[in-house]
Design a protein around this ligand. Structure first.
Ligand SMILES: Cc1cc2nc3c(=O)[nH]c(=O)nc-3n(C[C@H](O)[C@H](O)[C@H](O)COP(=O)(O)OP(=O)(O)OC[C@H]3O[C@@H](n4cnc5c(N)ncnc54)[C@H](O)[C@@H]3O)c2cc1C
Length: 310
């Protein structure tokens, strides 16, 4: 049955949920304090990689999202492409996330010893979706609007403000759920990034132990990063950026002398378990940590399933 639905939040969680719901035939409005490019989602690297996200459903959502991105990359203007990623591990690195079971067979293979940099014990080549947020988020907004969706810029003090106006509310406010629904399990995990003026034909490079990652986008090369738990400030620090660039230049020496275009810091909305559940006429969908893009389509599909429950 057609429902009138408000999606709160216009980051990747809100946009993916809103788009899947409107394609189901519902009347959908996005209500959001800020819009792209002013969301945490715009600050993501953003490549498919289960990272800093908890819960037994995470790998399933990651697998479902991977599949959806394979379709999205066929649409030239979406800003999604399938890209090679080289993942390196030091000796004592303990893998927290299980990538292999979330991707198609053959998309994950060990690298030969001569391609593994000194100091690393193992290396893998993985085919992953790369999502250029600066292209993909506006594209999603256009898709939503073109399907009849409405985007309203408004800050809510409480989800109850909407109680009488909608059949269903999808709550996707990321870290702000901490205050909006008093969820103290939400903690920020700060990440800092520099973007340098390099355009090279290289795979994504990832060393999770630091973490260090290098991502070639159309507008420059992203060089990250940090994971700073419980840090609320969104400012970058010169000393940290220098360290990031130093680490990354061990993989790509040209980074050392490259001109820095810009830098930023964002807060990953981490929770001990992604909250995706129905509570009365509200469906919560937040707490995706460092995996908002990696999980988005699996989670949005689950939102659609929950929306069918009366
Ligand atoms: C440095 C960094 C690198 C990352 N790299 C990756 C990566 O490579 N791959 C990956 O998958 N993920 C990555 N992430 C994680 C990813 O960015 C997040 O998991 C994702 O952006 C969360 O999306 P969201 O839509 O849940 O939240 P957000 O993007 O934060 O969106 C929340 C929305 O809610 C709105 N809102 C908040 N409060 C209110 C209110 N009171 N009323 C109305 N609206 C409100 C906001 O305005 C915003 O529109 C990275 C994150 C960082 C910081």
């Amino acid at each position: 049955m057609k429902q009138k639905i408000a999606v709160i939040g216009c980051g990747i969680s809100g946009l993916s949920s809103a788009l899947m719901l409107i394609r189901e035939g519902h009347e959908v409005q996005i209500i959001s304090k800020t819009l792209p490019p002013h969301t945490t989602s715009n600050k993501a690297a953003a490549f498919w990689s289960p990272y800093y996200a908890e819960g037994e459903r995470v790998i399933r959502w990651a697998a479902e999202s991977y599949e959806e991105y394979e379709t999205l990359c066929l649409i030239g203007e979406s800003g999604v492409s399938m890209t090679k990623l080289h993942r390196f591990r030091k000796k004592d690195f303990v893998e927290a996330e299980d990538w292999e079971s979330a991707i198609p067979e053959g998309a994950y293979r060990a690298l030969p010893a001569q391609q593994i940099p000194p100091g690393y014990e193992e290396g893998f080549e993985v085919e992953v979706p790369l999502i250029e947020t600066q292209i993909f988020l506006p594209w999603l907004m256009d898709e939503f609007s073109d399907t009849g969706g409405q985007i309203i810029q408004r800050e809510l003090k409480s989800l109850h403000e909407l109680r009488n106006d909608y059949d269903l509310i999808i709550h996707c406010t990321g870290l702000d759920a901490r205050t909006l629904v008093n969820d103290n399990a939400m903690i920020p995990v700060k990440g800092q990034i520099a973007m340098v003026d390099l355009h090279l034909n290289i795979p994504i490079i990832l060393d999770e132990s630091e973490p260090t990652y290098i991502v070639q986008r159309k507008d420059g090369m992203i060089v990250g990063g940090t994971r700073e738990e419980n840090v609320f400030s969104e400012t970058t620090e010169e000393e940290t950026l220098t360290d990031i660039l130093e680490r990354a230049s061990k993989f790509i020496p040209a980074i050392k002398s490259a001109r820095r275009i810009t830098q930023w810091a964002g807060l990953r909305p981490y929770r001990n378990e992604v909250r995706l559940e129905k509570e009365g006429h509200i469906i919560h969908n937040y707490g995706h940590g460092g995996s908002g893009f990696t999980l988005a389509w699996g989670c949005a599909g689950e939102v659609v399933k929950l929306s069918r429950l009366s």
